[in-house]
Design a protein around this ligand. Structure first.
Ligand code: 5AD
Ligand code: SF4
Length: 457
Protein backbone atom coordinates (compact mmCIF):
# COMPACT_ATOMS: atom_id res chain seq x y z
CA UNK A 1 0.00 0.00 0.00
CA UNK A 2 1.37 3.45 -0.85
CA UNK A 3 1.15 6.20 1.68
CA UNK A 4 0.09 9.71 0.87
CA UNK A 5 3.08 11.54 2.28
CA UNK A 6 1.43 14.93 2.04
CA UNK A 7 -1.23 13.83 4.42
CA UNK A 8 0.37 14.06 7.85
CA UNK A 9 -1.76 12.51 10.61
CA UNK A 10 -2.38 16.01 11.97
CA UNK A 11 -4.16 17.04 8.81
CA UNK A 12 -6.86 14.40 9.23
CA UNK A 13 -7.11 14.27 13.01
CA UNK A 14 -10.08 16.00 14.60
CA UNK A 15 -9.18 19.23 16.32
CA UNK A 16 -10.36 20.49 19.70
CA UNK A 17 -10.29 23.81 21.49
CA UNK A 18 -11.00 24.27 25.21
CA UNK A 19 -11.72 27.71 26.62
CA UNK A 20 -11.28 28.00 30.39
CA UNK A 21 -13.17 30.36 32.71
CA UNK A 22 -12.85 30.78 36.47
CA UNK A 23 -10.46 29.25 38.93
CA UNK A 24 -7.21 27.25 38.75
CA UNK A 25 -9.16 24.08 39.31
CA UNK A 26 -10.79 24.68 35.94
CA UNK A 27 -7.37 25.33 34.41
CA UNK A 28 -6.26 21.96 35.73
CA UNK A 29 -9.47 20.23 34.61
CA UNK A 30 -9.10 21.71 31.11
CA UNK A 31 -5.65 20.15 30.85
CA UNK A 32 -7.00 16.79 31.92
CA UNK A 33 -9.88 17.12 29.44
CA UNK A 34 -7.24 17.79 26.78
CA UNK A 35 -5.39 14.65 27.84
CA UNK A 36 -8.59 12.59 27.61
CA UNK A 37 -9.41 13.95 24.13
CA UNK A 38 -5.86 13.38 22.90
CA UNK A 39 -6.10 9.79 24.05
CA UNK A 40 -9.08 9.57 21.64
CA UNK A 41 -7.01 10.92 18.74
CA UNK A 42 -7.99 14.60 18.92
CA UNK A 43 -5.28 17.24 18.51
CA UNK A 44 -5.32 20.71 20.04
CA UNK A 45 -5.73 23.80 17.87
CA UNK A 46 -5.05 27.39 18.87
CA UNK A 47 -7.85 28.65 16.59
CA UNK A 48 -11.39 28.13 17.74
CA UNK A 49 -12.69 28.57 14.18
CA UNK A 50 -10.55 25.61 13.17
CA UNK A 51 -11.93 23.24 15.79
CA UNK A 52 -14.24 20.29 15.20
CA UNK A 53 -14.95 20.30 18.93
CA UNK A 54 -15.18 23.41 21.11
CA UNK A 55 -15.56 23.01 24.86
CA UNK A 56 -16.28 25.89 27.21
CA UNK A 57 -15.09 24.98 30.69
CA UNK A 58 -17.22 27.37 32.66
CA UNK A 59 -17.50 29.13 36.02
CA UNK A 60 -20.68 29.86 37.98
CA UNK A 61 -19.22 31.71 40.95
CA UNK A 62 -20.64 35.15 40.12
CA UNK A 63 -23.35 36.21 37.72
CA UNK A 64 -20.92 37.92 35.36
CA UNK A 65 -18.88 34.75 34.92
CA UNK A 66 -21.98 32.73 34.09
CA UNK A 67 -23.45 35.29 31.68
CA UNK A 68 -20.16 35.58 29.79
CA UNK A 69 -20.61 31.98 28.69
CA UNK A 70 -23.89 32.74 26.93
CA UNK A 71 -22.48 35.73 25.09
CA UNK A 72 -19.53 33.59 24.00
CA UNK A 73 -21.89 30.85 22.78
CA UNK A 74 -23.57 33.49 20.61
CA UNK A 75 -20.25 34.24 18.95
CA UNK A 76 -19.27 30.60 18.55
CA UNK A 77 -22.59 29.93 16.84
CA UNK A 78 -21.43 32.20 14.01
CA UNK A 79 -18.17 30.25 13.71
CA UNK A 80 -20.18 27.06 13.52
CA UNK A 81 -22.36 28.52 10.75
CA UNK A 82 -19.28 29.66 8.81
CA UNK A 83 -17.84 26.16 9.05
CA UNK A 84 -21.13 24.63 7.92
CA UNK A 85 -20.92 26.70 4.72
CA UNK A 86 -17.56 25.03 4.04
CA UNK A 87 -19.08 21.62 4.66
CA UNK A 88 -17.39 21.23 8.05
CA UNK A 89 -19.03 20.59 11.38
CA UNK A 90 -18.42 21.93 14.87
CA UNK A 91 -19.58 20.24 18.06
CA UNK A 92 -20.08 22.65 20.95
CA UNK A 93 -19.93 21.56 24.58
CA UNK A 94 -20.30 23.25 27.95
CA UNK A 95 -18.39 21.72 30.86
CA UNK A 96 -17.60 23.04 34.34
CA UNK A 97 -19.75 24.70 36.93
CA UNK A 98 -22.39 26.30 34.68
CA UNK A 99 -22.95 22.86 33.18
CA UNK A 100 -23.46 21.40 36.65
CA UNK A 101 -25.73 24.21 37.84
CA UNK A 102 -27.93 24.53 34.75
CA UNK A 103 -27.74 21.11 33.08
CA UNK A 104 -30.11 20.62 30.16
CA UNK A 105 -31.43 24.18 30.62
CA UNK A 106 -28.34 25.32 28.73
CA UNK A 107 -29.50 23.51 25.59
CA UNK A 108 -32.98 24.99 25.97
CA UNK A 109 -31.54 28.49 26.16
CA UNK A 110 -28.82 27.89 23.55
CA UNK A 111 -29.89 25.03 21.24
CA UNK A 112 -26.59 25.26 19.36
CA UNK A 113 -24.96 23.52 22.35
CA UNK A 114 -24.55 19.77 21.76
CA UNK A 115 -23.00 18.61 25.02
CA UNK A 116 -23.29 19.50 28.72
CA UNK A 117 -21.00 17.80 31.25
CA UNK A 118 -20.53 18.65 34.93
CA UNK A 119 -17.14 18.62 36.68
CA UNK A 120 -17.58 15.11 38.13
CA UNK A 121 -18.24 13.46 34.78
CA UNK A 122 -15.08 14.14 32.78
CA UNK A 123 -14.04 10.50 32.76
CA UNK A 124 -17.14 9.96 30.59
CA UNK A 125 -16.25 12.71 28.12
CA UNK A 126 -15.01 10.45 25.31
CA UNK A 127 -18.39 8.68 25.35
CA UNK A 128 -20.34 11.94 25.61
CA UNK A 129 -18.35 13.59 22.82
CA UNK A 130 -18.89 10.59 20.53
CA UNK A 131 -22.63 10.82 21.18
CA UNK A 132 -22.71 14.57 20.48
CA UNK A 133 -20.66 14.14 17.30
CA UNK A 134 -23.25 11.59 16.13
CA UNK A 135 -25.82 14.37 16.43
CA UNK A 136 -27.49 13.38 19.71
CA UNK A 137 -27.58 15.87 22.56
CA UNK A 138 -25.40 14.62 25.43
CA UNK A 139 -26.11 15.79 28.99
CA UNK A 140 -24.35 14.40 32.08
CA UNK A 141 -24.47 16.03 35.50
CA UNK A 142 -24.51 13.06 37.86
CA UNK A 143 -22.22 13.06 40.88
CA UNK A 144 -20.31 9.82 40.80
CA UNK A 145 -19.41 8.19 44.07
CA UNK A 146 -16.11 7.09 42.60
CA UNK A 147 -13.53 9.78 42.22
CA UNK A 148 -13.39 11.07 38.65
CA UNK A 149 -9.57 11.14 38.70
CA UNK A 150 -9.28 7.43 39.31
CA UNK A 151 -10.97 6.83 35.96
CA UNK A 152 -9.25 9.46 33.86
CA UNK A 153 -6.09 8.72 31.90
CA UNK A 154 -2.90 9.78 33.66
CA UNK A 155 -1.60 13.25 32.89
CA UNK A 156 -0.10 12.10 29.59
CA UNK A 157 0.76 15.60 28.52
CA UNK A 158 3.45 15.69 31.18
CA UNK A 159 5.28 13.00 29.25
CA UNK A 160 4.56 14.02 25.70
CA UNK A 161 5.08 17.74 25.68
CA UNK A 162 6.59 20.43 27.77
CA UNK A 163 4.12 21.87 30.23
CA UNK A 164 6.48 24.39 31.79
CA UNK A 165 8.28 24.40 35.11
CA UNK A 166 5.25 25.11 37.29
CA UNK A 167 2.13 22.93 37.47
CA UNK A 168 -1.11 22.42 39.36
CA UNK A 169 -2.15 19.14 40.92
CA UNK A 170 -5.72 18.83 42.17
CA UNK A 171 -5.67 16.95 45.48
CA UNK A 172 -9.12 17.79 46.83
CA UNK A 173 -12.38 18.82 45.31
CA UNK A 174 -15.74 20.00 46.56
CA UNK A 175 -16.96 21.74 49.66
CA UNK A 176 -18.99 20.86 52.78
CA UNK A 177 -18.85 24.32 54.37
CA UNK A 178 -21.90 25.90 52.71
CA UNK A 179 -21.00 29.57 52.95
CA UNK A 180 -24.33 31.24 52.29
CA UNK A 181 -23.04 33.20 49.27
CA UNK A 182 -21.41 30.31 47.42
CA UNK A 183 -22.41 27.90 44.64
CA UNK A 184 -19.40 25.63 44.99
CA UNK A 185 -21.01 22.99 47.27
CA UNK A 186 -23.72 22.64 44.60
CA UNK A 187 -21.47 22.64 41.52
CA UNK A 188 -18.49 20.67 42.82
CA UNK A 189 -20.25 18.43 45.33
CA UNK A 190 -19.06 17.35 48.75
CA UNK A 191 -15.43 17.26 49.85
CA UNK A 192 -13.43 14.43 48.31
CA UNK A 193 -9.70 13.80 48.54
CA UNK A 194 -7.44 12.07 46.04
CA UNK A 195 -5.31 9.26 47.43
CA UNK A 196 -1.70 9.73 48.51
CA UNK A 197 -0.60 7.24 45.85
CA UNK A 198 -2.33 9.05 42.98
CA UNK A 199 -0.98 12.41 44.07
CA UNK A 200 2.60 11.22 44.59
CA UNK A 201 2.60 9.43 41.21
CA UNK A 202 1.39 12.53 39.44
CA UNK A 203 3.92 14.74 41.21
CA UNK A 204 6.75 12.35 40.25
CA UNK A 205 5.67 12.32 36.61
CA UNK A 206 5.59 16.10 36.60
CA UNK A 207 9.05 16.30 38.21
CA UNK A 208 10.40 13.91 35.55
CA UNK A 209 8.92 16.19 32.88
CA UNK A 210 10.81 19.21 34.24
CA UNK A 211 8.31 20.71 36.67
CA UNK A 212 10.05 22.42 39.61
CA UNK A 213 7.13 24.02 41.45
CA UNK A 214 3.81 22.33 42.23
CA UNK A 215 0.70 24.05 43.53
CA UNK A 216 -1.73 21.67 45.19
CA UNK A 217 -5.30 22.65 44.36
CA UNK A 218 -8.58 22.17 46.12
CA UNK A 219 -11.70 24.21 46.83
CA UNK A 220 -10.81 23.48 50.47
CA UNK A 221 -7.33 22.17 49.90
CA UNK A 222 -6.49 22.05 53.59
CA UNK A 223 -9.48 19.77 54.20
CA UNK A 224 -7.49 17.15 52.23
CA UNK A 225 -6.97 13.93 54.15
CA UNK A 226 -5.81 10.48 53.17
CA UNK A 227 -4.27 7.27 54.37
CA UNK A 228 -0.52 7.30 54.80
CA UNK A 229 1.69 4.28 55.47
CA UNK A 230 0.37 1.85 58.14
CA UNK A 231 -3.14 3.16 57.45
CA UNK A 232 -2.46 6.26 59.48
CA UNK A 233 -4.70 9.24 58.66
CA UNK A 234 -2.75 12.08 57.03
CA UNK A 235 -3.62 15.76 56.73
CA UNK A 236 -2.27 18.20 54.17
CA UNK A 237 0.80 18.91 56.34
CA UNK A 238 1.93 15.27 56.15
CA UNK A 239 1.26 15.16 52.41
CA UNK A 240 3.52 18.19 51.96
CA UNK A 241 6.38 16.49 53.84
CA UNK A 242 5.98 13.48 51.54
CA UNK A 243 5.96 15.57 48.34
CA UNK A 244 8.98 17.54 49.55
CA UNK A 245 11.01 14.31 49.27
CA UNK A 246 10.47 13.98 45.51
CA UNK A 247 13.63 14.62 43.49
CA UNK A 248 13.26 17.65 41.27
CA UNK A 249 10.37 19.26 43.17
CA UNK A 250 11.97 22.38 44.63
CA UNK A 251 8.91 24.34 45.59
CA UNK A 252 5.44 23.59 46.93
CA UNK A 253 2.35 25.74 47.34
CA UNK A 254 -1.33 25.05 47.96
CA UNK A 255 -4.61 26.87 47.50
CA UNK A 256 -7.38 27.67 48.46
CA UNK A 257 -7.66 27.13 52.19
CA UNK A 258 -10.44 27.59 54.69
CA UNK A 259 -9.46 29.07 58.09
CA UNK A 260 -11.21 26.32 60.06
CA UNK A 261 -9.05 23.62 58.42
CA UNK A 262 -5.69 25.26 59.23
CA UNK A 263 -4.55 22.57 61.68
CA UNK A 264 -1.36 22.50 63.74
CA UNK A 265 0.27 19.93 61.44
CA UNK A 266 -0.09 22.22 58.47
CA UNK A 267 1.07 25.27 60.40
CA UNK A 268 4.14 23.33 61.58
CA UNK A 269 4.96 22.34 57.98
CA UNK A 270 5.36 26.04 57.19
CA UNK A 271 8.03 26.27 59.87
CA UNK A 272 9.83 23.03 58.91
CA UNK A 273 9.81 22.80 55.13
CA UNK A 274 12.08 25.13 53.19
CA UNK A 275 10.45 24.10 49.93
CA UNK A 276 7.00 25.12 51.18
CA UNK A 277 6.85 28.68 49.91
CA UNK A 278 6.15 31.48 52.43
CA UNK A 279 2.78 32.37 50.95
CA UNK A 280 -0.70 31.61 52.19
CA UNK A 281 -3.97 32.33 50.42
CA UNK A 282 -6.49 32.34 53.25
CA UNK A 283 -9.79 34.00 52.38
CA UNK A 284 -11.65 35.70 55.22
CA UNK A 285 -14.38 37.41 53.11
CA UNK A 286 -15.37 39.94 55.80
CA UNK A 287 -14.14 41.46 59.05
CA UNK A 288 -17.36 41.78 61.05
CA UNK A 289 -18.49 38.89 63.25
CA UNK A 290 -22.11 39.59 62.36
CA UNK A 291 -21.40 39.19 58.63
CA UNK A 292 -19.09 36.21 59.15
CA UNK A 293 -21.95 34.52 60.98
CA UNK A 294 -24.50 35.41 58.29
CA UNK A 295 -22.03 34.02 55.72
CA UNK A 296 -21.82 30.78 57.77
CA UNK A 297 -18.04 30.96 57.84
CA UNK A 298 -17.75 28.94 61.10
CA UNK A 299 -15.15 31.33 62.57
CA UNK A 300 -14.88 34.79 64.08
CA UNK A 301 -12.69 37.76 63.24
CA UNK A 302 -10.49 36.95 66.26
CA UNK A 303 -10.10 33.31 65.20
CA UNK A 304 -8.72 34.53 61.89
CA UNK A 305 -6.41 37.11 63.44
CA UNK A 306 -5.11 34.49 65.87
CA UNK A 307 -4.34 32.18 62.94
CA UNK A 308 -2.40 34.98 61.27
CA UNK A 309 -0.38 35.36 64.45
CA UNK A 310 0.39 31.62 64.55
CA UNK A 311 1.45 31.63 60.91
CA UNK A 312 3.79 34.55 61.47
CA UNK A 313 5.26 32.89 64.54
CA UNK A 314 6.35 29.84 62.53
CA UNK A 315 7.17 31.75 59.33
CA UNK A 316 7.78 35.45 60.02
CA UNK A 317 8.25 36.34 56.34
CA UNK A 318 4.99 34.73 55.18
CA UNK A 319 2.97 36.67 52.60
CA UNK A 320 -0.77 36.61 53.24
CA UNK A 321 -3.32 36.78 50.48
CA UNK A 322 -7.09 36.77 50.81
CA UNK A 323 -10.52 37.00 49.21
CA UNK A 324 -13.10 39.60 50.20
CA UNK A 325 -16.76 40.12 49.44
CA UNK A 326 -18.36 43.53 49.96
CA UNK A 327 -22.08 44.20 50.05
CA UNK A 328 -23.20 40.89 51.54
CA UNK A 329 -26.87 41.20 52.67
CA UNK A 330 -27.11 43.13 55.93
CA UNK A 331 -23.64 44.70 55.64
CA UNK A 332 -23.75 48.17 57.21
CA UNK A 333 -21.12 50.87 56.92
CA UNK A 334 -19.83 49.82 60.37
CA UNK A 335 -19.55 46.17 59.27
CA UNK A 336 -17.67 47.26 56.18
CA UNK A 337 -15.29 49.33 58.30
CA UNK A 338 -14.58 46.19 60.34
CA UNK A 339 -13.38 44.62 57.10
CA UNK A 340 -11.09 47.59 56.43
CA UNK A 341 -9.68 47.44 59.94
CA UNK A 342 -9.04 43.70 59.66
CA UNK A 343 -7.13 44.36 56.44
CA UNK A 344 -5.06 47.02 58.20
CA UNK A 345 -4.24 44.56 60.96
CA UNK A 346 -3.29 41.67 58.69
CA UNK A 347 -1.40 43.63 56.00
CA UNK A 348 -2.02 41.66 52.82
CA UNK A 349 0.60 41.04 50.14
CA UNK A 350 -2.14 40.47 47.56
CA UNK A 351 -5.89 39.91 47.48
CA UNK A 352 -8.97 39.31 45.37
CA UNK A 353 -12.10 41.29 46.12
CA UNK A 354 -15.61 41.12 44.77
CA UNK A 355 -18.99 42.75 44.96
CA UNK A 356 -21.52 40.28 46.35
CA UNK A 357 -23.42 38.56 43.56
CA UNK A 358 -26.63 36.77 44.62
CA UNK A 359 -26.52 33.23 43.21
CA UNK A 360 -29.67 31.23 42.52
CA UNK A 361 -30.23 28.46 45.05
CA UNK A 362 -27.91 29.85 47.75
CA UNK A 363 -29.32 31.07 51.10
CA UNK A 364 -27.77 34.53 50.64
CA UNK A 365 -29.89 35.23 47.56
CA UNK A 366 -33.06 35.07 49.67
CA UNK A 367 -31.82 37.15 52.59
CA UNK A 368 -33.38 40.44 53.60
CA UNK A 369 -31.40 43.68 53.47
CA UNK A 370 -29.69 43.22 50.11
CA UNK A 371 -27.18 46.06 49.76
CA UNK A 372 -27.88 48.50 46.90
CA UNK A 373 -25.50 48.14 43.98
CA UNK A 374 -24.10 51.67 44.16
CA UNK A 375 -23.31 51.29 47.88
CA UNK A 376 -21.51 47.99 47.23
CA UNK A 377 -19.65 49.53 44.28
CA UNK A 378 -18.43 52.42 46.39
CA UNK A 379 -17.28 50.07 49.17
CA UNK A 380 -15.45 47.88 46.68
CA UNK A 381 -13.50 50.91 45.45
CA UNK A 382 -12.45 51.87 48.96
CA UNK A 383 -11.50 48.30 49.78
CA UNK A 384 -9.47 47.89 46.60
CA UNK A 385 -7.66 51.18 47.16
CA UNK A 386 -6.49 49.91 50.54
CA UNK A 387 -5.52 46.47 49.21
CA UNK A 388 -3.63 47.99 46.26
CA UNK A 389 -1.75 50.24 48.63
CA UNK A 390 -0.79 47.24 50.77
CA UNK A 391 0.33 45.24 47.75
CA UNK A 392 2.56 48.09 46.59
CA UNK A 393 4.01 48.46 50.08
CA UNK A 394 4.74 44.74 50.18
CA UNK A 395 6.51 44.96 46.82
CA UNK A 396 8.43 48.13 47.75
CA UNK A 397 9.71 46.39 50.88
CA UNK A 398 11.47 43.95 48.55
CA UNK A 399 13.66 46.68 47.03
CA UNK A 400 17.39 45.94 47.35
CA UNK A 401 16.58 42.55 48.87
CA UNK A 402 18.19 39.37 47.60
CA UNK A 403 15.92 36.41 46.95
CA UNK A 404 15.81 33.08 45.10
CA UNK A 405 13.55 33.17 42.06
CA UNK A 406 12.39 30.38 39.76
CA UNK A 407 12.98 31.27 36.10
CA UNK A 408 9.59 30.44 34.68
CA UNK A 409 8.97 31.59 31.11
CA UNK A 410 9.94 34.10 28.41
CA UNK A 411 8.90 37.67 29.17
CA UNK A 412 6.82 39.92 26.96
CA UNK A 413 9.92 41.75 25.71
CA UNK A 414 12.72 40.13 23.76
CA UNK A 415 15.60 39.16 26.03
CA UNK A 416 13.52 39.07 29.22
CA UNK A 417 12.37 36.23 31.42
CA UNK A 418 9.58 36.12 33.97
CA UNK A 419 10.57 34.58 37.26
CA UNK A 420 8.57 33.78 40.40
CA UNK A 421 9.56 34.95 43.82
CA UNK A 422 8.90 32.82 46.91
CA UNK A 423 6.03 35.24 47.65
CA UNK A 424 4.40 34.58 44.25
CA UNK A 425 5.45 37.92 42.77
CA UNK A 426 6.33 38.16 39.08
CA UNK A 427 9.97 39.17 38.74
CA UNK A 428 11.34 40.42 35.42
CA UNK A 429 14.97 39.47 34.78
CA UNK A 430 17.36 39.45 31.83
CA UNK A 431 17.50 36.14 29.97
CA UNK A 432 21.24 35.94 30.68
CA UNK A 433 20.19 35.25 34.30
CA UNK A 434 19.97 31.55 33.46
CA UNK A 435 17.94 28.82 31.76
CA UNK A 436 14.21 28.40 32.40
CA UNK A 437 13.69 25.99 35.31
CA UNK A 438 16.70 27.19 37.30
CA UNK A 439 16.38 28.82 40.69
CA UNK A 440 18.80 31.74 40.94
CA UNK A 441 19.63 34.42 43.45
CA UNK A 442 18.69 37.94 42.32
CA UNK A 443 18.57 41.43 43.81
CA UNK A 444 15.39 43.51 43.39
CA UNK A 445 16.03 46.83 41.63
CA UNK A 446 12.49 48.05 40.90
CA UNK A 447 9.09 47.46 42.49
CA UNK A 448 5.75 48.18 40.80
CA UNK A 449 2.21 47.24 41.94
CA UNK A 450 2.14 43.98 39.95
CA UNK A 451 5.76 43.07 39.33
CA UNK A 452 9.38 43.43 40.37
CA UNK A 453 12.55 43.89 38.33
CA UNK A 454 15.78 42.16 39.42
CA UNK A 455 19.41 41.52 38.49
CA UNK A 456 21.45 38.38 39.11
CA UNK A 457 23.84 38.50 42.04
N1 5AD B 1 -20.45 36.87 45.12
C1 5AD B 1 -19.25 37.47 45.13
N2 5AD B 1 -18.10 36.82 45.34
C2 5AD B 1 -18.16 35.49 45.56
N3 5AD B 1 -17.20 34.59 45.84
C3 5AD B 1 -17.80 33.38 45.97
N4 5AD B 1 -19.13 33.49 45.81
C4 5AD B 1 -19.38 34.79 45.58
C5 5AD B 1 -20.57 35.53 45.34
N5 5AD B 1 -21.78 34.96 45.34
C6 5AD B 1 -15.79 34.92 45.98
C7 5AD B 1 -15.26 34.57 47.36
C8 5AD B 1 -14.46 33.34 47.09
C9 5AD B 1 -13.94 33.60 45.70
C10 5AD B 1 -13.47 32.40 44.97
O1 5AD B 1 -15.03 34.18 45.05
O2 5AD B 1 -14.44 35.63 47.81
O3 5AD B 1 -13.41 33.15 48.04
FE1 SF4 C 1 -15.94 28.98 39.32
FE2 SF4 C 1 -16.04 27.96 41.76
FE3 SF4 C 1 -16.52 26.41 39.71
FE4 SF4 C 1 -14.01 27.32 40.13
S1 SF4 C 1 -15.22 25.92 41.43
S2 SF4 C 1 -15.09 27.25 38.19
S3 SF4 C 1 -14.50 29.36 40.94
S4 SF4 C 1 -17.74 28.15 40.35
Amino acid sequence: MTENKDLAPQATAKKYFVKTYGCQMNVYDSERIGDALEAEGYVATAEMADADLVLLNTCHIREKAAEKVYSDIGRIKKLKQARAELGKSMTIGVTGCVAQAEGAEIIKRAPVVDLVAGPQTYHKLPELVAKAVRGEKAVETEFEIENKFAKMPAATRAQTRSRGVTAFVTVQEGCDKFCTFCVVPYTRGSETSRSVGQIVDEAKRLADAGVREITLLGQNVNAWHGLGPNDREWGLGELLYKLAEIDGIERLRYMTSHPIDMDEGLIAAHGDLDCLMPYLHLPVQAGSDKILKAMNRHHTRDDYLYLMERMREVRPDIAISGDFIVGFPGETEADFEDTLSLIREVKYASAFSFKYSPRPGTPGAGMADQVPNDVAGERLQRLQALLNEQQLTFNKNCLDQEMDVLLEKPGRREGQLIARSPWLQSVIVDQSTGPIGDIVKVRITEAAPNSLVAVKV
